[in-house]
Design a binder for this molecule. Structure first.
Ligand code: HPA
Ligand code: ZN
Length: 336
């Protein structure tokens, strides 16, 4: 690698970063999950590779491994410990503001009282980390698509009951190939009526048509998780740009899961050139061997992007963050 490129990558890596799309349990370091499994005497050896990383065959197997890893997270205290492990990891990458997907399914099974206890523990630890590390966390309550629309209703109730200055959004993850976005309209409507801002996973696996579905079958979607398969539908790309829909793009995740063979083949640059508001996130960092530093470096190397492009990506992300304006102003100071 020539010196000029190395210097650029080092400068880009050192920038502060804003991240909008990270699954809370999916960010759990494998050593953390292994440690909890040992404490609780649960045999999770089947989900780890010999080198200690998570092992899975494809996206659908990943979802199974994800749920198995999550099974050792049992108490609010476990989630508080995980909060610290995740924020240390993000802070190491220079992340100054992060939005994370939280699933009440894994925090008391959708019971509002239990969810409030888990949330209290997560928030308290996040606020301690903010004071120590200068990283702000906000939560987006997320229903899980392959659990079905009936399971999404109590999750939306959990979201509505805790909507405020910390739980700022509602979304949906999971298997995009199950059902239709509109099947979950009740949950999204309830969340929106409680004042929550909305995002949903589409266009990662379900094609451009799944992004259209998100925009036509749900009301008030402001951001799309991934959305990158929109590239196959030029009229949709134009519509996304015109409407200012923000894409939470996770290039490393897409490449690791084999949707594109390498970052240089990823459509993020084409979408950006077409005027779509793109942002950059890690999705499930240890599962995909991703860090925000690595995302920035890989994008700079693949597309020749200089620091100004990353500063712009950060500004787009901060403007699209679901936090209140006072928080946004505080984070803006950290971006310089
Ligand atoms: N995609 C969709 N659903 C998810 C993911 C993901 O990467 N991680 C956890 N749930
Ligand atoms: Zn995701």
């Amino acid at each position: 690698m020539n010196e000029e490129l190395e210097d650029r990558l080092a400068r880009v890596a050192a920038l502060p970063k804003v991240e909008l799309h990270m699954h809370f349990e999916g960010a759990a370091p494998p050593a953390f999950i292994r440690g909890l499994a040992k404490e609780k005497k649960v045999d999770l050896s089947g989900i780890f590779a010999p080198d200690g990383s998570y092992a899975y065959r494809d996206f659908w197997h990943f979802l199974e491994v994800y749920e198995a890893a999550t099974s050792v997270l049992k108490t609010p205290r476990d989630f508080a410990r995980l909060t610290r492990a995740i924020l240390e990891q993000s802070a190491e990458s220079g992340v100054v503001y992060s939005e994370t997907f939280l699933s009440p399914d894994f925090c008391g099974g959708g019971d509002v009282g239990a969810w409030k206890e888990y949330l209290h523990a997560i928030r308290e630890e996040a606020e301690a980390c903010e004071r120590e590390m200068g990283i702000t966390l906000r939560g987006i309550v997320t229903c899980i698509r392959h659990f079905g629309p009936d399971k999404a209703k109590p999750i939306a109730r959990c979201a509505a009951e805790t909507a405020g200055d910390w739980i700022v959004g509602f979304g949906m993850g999971g298997d995009e190939k199950v059902g239709h976005q509109g099947d979950y309209a009740w949950a999204f409507d309830a969340a929106r009526e409680a004042g929550l801002r909305l995002t949903t996973h589409a266009g990662e696996w379900g094609g451009a048509k799944s992004v259209r579905e998100a925009l036509t079958q749900l009301q008030g979607i402001e951001r799309i998780g991934h959305g990158v398969q929109s590239i196959d539908d030029p009229a949709l790309v134009e519509e996304l740009a015109e409407r200012g829909i923000v894409l939470e793009v996770c290039p490393g995740s897409n490449v690791t899961l084999g949707i594109w063979p390498k970052v240089a083949a990823h459509p993020i640059a084409k979408l950006r050139d077409a005027g779509v508001k793109v942002t950059v996130s890690t999705d499930d960092p240890p599962f995909f061997h991703a860090t925000m530093t690595r995302e920035f470096r890989d994008l700079s190397e693949a597309f020749g992007w200089q620091e100004d492009v990353f500063a712009q990506l950060n500004q787009t992300a901060l403007a699209a963050a679901f936090c209140d304006d006072a928080t946004r102003a505080e984070v803006a100071k950290r971006l310089g």
